[in-house]
Design a protein around this ligand. Structure first.
Ligand SMILES: Cc1ncc(COP(=O)(O)O)c(C=O)c1O
Length: 371
């Protein structure tokens, strides 16, 4: 049996008619840039997140970059983030000229450790950027309390967690600004690149609206030096059709995750995800930890199973960030996780037999490499 890491087609088939007719309408109208459908999707998605405003942009990376821009982050400022994340979380900070300051993650959730965040704050710190990794929210109460005490802004990197909840509040409503990616593999994915900034703050909303569209106020009146970073109408139509099913698809992901947990069990040399009682996990990524990870990955691939590693090298050890002068051992929890983590196939329309096959092979290979 072959099990792909992700299969987009069954999902498309369930909403094909709505997408196809929506796209035809856009093609006929020709309102490709900031069309009404795009504005409608901003409203729909911000409502979904229980916040007042949404600004559609080119990508999750741009969402983070423009959010920092809206807070006037620049050279001389420091922004705190975990090193165990996708590199875009750090790159957007570097683009502004500010310095990314890494803080290690919690062993259980893989999210930023609030106490270590507190210790890393300096007079230059302006923002903390927790990442809700794989789909599980970070410990937002502690992060917000510390941020408030020290007058810092909180930007959620919510690129992997559309629809997740923390104490019954939606991700997107947990900080000052939240940034989403609609990269195709995300829980809410476009058929190309896309992203969104959501916020309850009207000033930030108005500034990001300008920043994503050449700093415009009128058609050819430019108040600030903005960028070209808009979510196109074609992607908005697709995302809008998908958003209606997001909770249902996240539930399907959760069911697969529960089945994975049940079949993989405890004590087989496989660490399954730990979910905190006060939050929900949307399992954009179902990741386990094993010893001899690289050998296990090779063997799983030989058996036709699509597995990936999110992420093999923490950001402080990436060549791109050599200028920060970090070394191995600086963030031991992130380094340990990066050496053991392994993402298994996960998509809403996965079949039970596929989960069973993946578990059977994984258990066998973990035993095999231990010999
Ligand atoms: C945690 C995280 N932050 C930021 C991004 C950047 O999003 P994008 O690829 O849409 O630029 C991604 C995804 O790629 C991500 O996983």
């Amino acid at each position: 049996m072959n099990v792909p890491f992700i299969d987009f087609n069954p999902q498309y088939q369930t909403i094909k008619e709505e997408i196809d007719s929506g796209l035809k309408a856009v093609f006929e109208k020709g309102n490709f840039i900031l069309g009404q459908e795009e504005k409608d999707f901003e409203t729909e998605f911000s409502r979904f997140c229980d916040v007042s405003y949404g600004v559609g942009v080119n990508s999750g990376t741009d969402a983070l970059y423009l959010a920092l821009g809206a807070l006037n982050v620049g050279p001389g400022d420091e922004v705190i983030l975990p090193p165990f994340t996708f590199i875009a979380t750090a790159l957007c900070i570097s683009y502004t000229g500010a310095t990314p300051v890494f803080v290690d993650v919690e062993e259980g959730t893989y999210n930023i450790d609030p106490q270590k965040f507190k210790e890393a704050i300096t007079d230059k710190t302006k923002v903390v950027m927790p990442v809700h990794l794989y789909g599980q929210p970070a410990n937002m109460d502690e992060i917000n309390t510390i941020a408030k005490e020290r007058n810092l802004s909180v930007i959620e990197d919510a690129a992997q967690s559309h629809g997740a909840r923390y104490k019954d509040k939606r991700v997107g409503s947990l900080g000052d600004i939240a940034c989403f990616s609609f990269y195709p593999t995300k829980a809410l994915g476009a058929f190309g690149d896309g992203g969104m900034i959501v916020t309850d703050n009207k000033d930030i909303y108005e500034k990001t609206l300008m920043l994503r569209d050449y700093g415009r106020q009128g058609r050819y009146e430019h108040k600030i030096k903005g960028f070209n970073s808009r979510l196109d109408t074609v992607q908005a139509v697709i995302l809008s059709a998908k958003l209606k099913h997001l909770d249902e698809w996240n539930k399907m992901r959760n069911d697969h995750a529960c089945y994975y947990n049940e079949l993989l069990g405890d004590g087989n040399g496989i660490k399954t995800p730990q979910i905190q009682d006060d939050r929900s996990h949307v399992f954009q990524t179902y990741a386990v930890r094993v010893k001899n990870r690289d050998k296990v990955v090779a063997a799983m691939k030989d058996k036709g199973i699509g597995v990936l590693i999110h992420y093999p090298i923490p950001l402080h050890l990436q060549e791109a960030y050599a200028d920060l002068g970090h070394k191995s051992g600086d963030f031991p929890v992130s380094e340990k996780i990066a050496g053991e983590i392994l993402s298994l196939p996960m998509f809403p329309h996965m079949q039970k037999e596929q989960v069973e096959y993946v578990c059977e092979c994984l258990k066998q290979e973990v035993k095999e490499v231990e010999k």
